[in-house]
Design a protein around this ligand. Structure first.
Ligand SMILES: Nc1ncnc2c1ncn2[C@@H]1O[C@H](COP(=O)(O)OP(=O)(O)OP(=O)(O)O)[C@@H](O)[C@H]1O
Ligand SMILES: [Mg+2]
Length: 337
């Protein structure tokens, strides 16, 4: 089977995407550009519109507003060609529970138009690539969550698509299996694939994605590399703990004066956090404390986390379901700058 001629410099090029479900505007004017060969992460909480966006790009849902191209092909006018270029792995596995892994891959191969011999060959190759050889003849119903995810991804790769959509590829997996999935995803990119993935996990976007779009309530609220996003929120934070908790207020006053900043005392005994304009200001603070005879027990300089970035951008953390409540503050997370 041959792929259509690929043109278009971008793997995904979308402008002003809109999707309405009745009164609910699930996707509200999203622009996305995914370059060839990159891992692009769409990050957002439950109900942000991630699956809906992917479904429109994958021709599985009608686009209500705006337009999208996959490798230069318009999604609305060339849905058949677009589907040839895409492997889509859904949030919920789509394989048949009663069949074995081998049977599933063979069946999908046949459905995609491969001969029996080709289908057998693709099944064997993919079972090997995903470390599922030993489980090849086991029923899917008896697979673990991680094995099912890998099989689901294998199914979407039967056709060797140049662009792969992964909708929350590691949700619900244990840390070790998540790590294996990340390795698999990186290998696909090394082989020349482009990956568009959604995730609710900030660390996953941080680890895996070359670039990230943060979406919230159907709108893109930020975009950039993980480090650009972190920088946009502020520079580093000095976190320290004074040896004698009774001196914490005095220490905070000294640091505030020296750095011309507003330190925050943390719930931890003797803990102080302060935003730094430059990382080397940490030394100024420590020298001043020593001059005042205030002992320091521990000290570290931390980059802002993507959690803090998300909170700063959206006013709430990713754990909240934004479809239910749009007003609450986040009590669990505190931004210290
Ligand atoms: N088929 C549908 N019919 C009606 N409303 C829908 C449908 N699919 C999604 N929605 C609504 O659209 C909004 C976005 O949903 P979507 O599934 O795209 O979010 P998501 O970012 O993928 O969330 P999650 O992280 O929970 O998967 C939600 O308010 C959801 O209730
Ligand atoms: Mg979803």
């Amino acid at each position: 089977m041959t792929s259509p001629q690929l043109d278009g410099t971008l793997a995904v090029h979308a402008r002003g995407l809109v999707k309405d479900f009745g009164d609910n505007r699930a996707v509200d004017g999203i622009d996305l550009d995914v370059k060839r060969g990159e891992i692009f992460g769409v990050l957002g909480p439950n109900g942000a519109g991630k699956t809906t966006t992917l479904s429109m790009l994958a021709t599985l849902l009608k686009i209500d507003g705006g337009a999208a191209e996959i490798f230069g092909l318009d999604v609305a006018t060339h849905p058949h060609e677009v589907r040839q270029l895409l492997g889509v792995t859904g949030q919920y596995a789509s394989v048949d529970e009663n069949l074995t892994a081998n049977e599933n891959l063979f069946l999908f191969g046949r459905l995609l138009g491969y001969s029996k011999a080709e289908s057998r060959e693709r099944a064997a190759t993919l079972l090997g690539q995903f470390g599922l050889e030993e489980a090849a003849d086991r029923q899917i119903a008896k697979f673990s969550g991680g094995m099912r995810r890998r099989l689901d991804l294998a199914v979407s790769l039967i056709r060797r698509p140049p662009l792969i959509f992964l909708d929350e590829p590691t949700t619900g997996l244990d840390p070790r299996t998540r790590g294996q999935m990340w390795t698999t995803i990186r290998e696909l990119v090394d082989d020349g694939c482009t990956i568009l993935l959604t995730t609710q996990y900030l660390d996953e976007a941080d680890q895996l994605a070359d670039r990230i779009a943060v979406i919230d309530r159907g709108q893109k609220v930020a975009e950039g590399t993980p480090s650009q996003l972190k920088t946009s929120v502020g520079s580093s934070t000095l976190q320290l703990r004074v040896a004698d908790p009774a001196e914490v207020a005095a220490a905070a006053a000294v640091i505030g004066r020296v750095l011309d900043a507003a330190p925050v005392m943390t719930p931890e005994q003797g803990g102080i956090n302060v935003a730094l304009a430059q990382a080397d200001q940490a030394a100024d603070a420590l020298v001043a404390l020593r001059e005042q005879g205030i002992g320091v027990e521990s000290v570290s300089v931390a980059q802002p986390t993507l959690d803090e970035v998300f909170l700063a951008l959206t006013g709430h953390d990713t754990a909240e379901d934004t479809t239910e409540d749009t007003t609450t503050d986040s009590p669990e997370l505190e931004v210290v700058r």
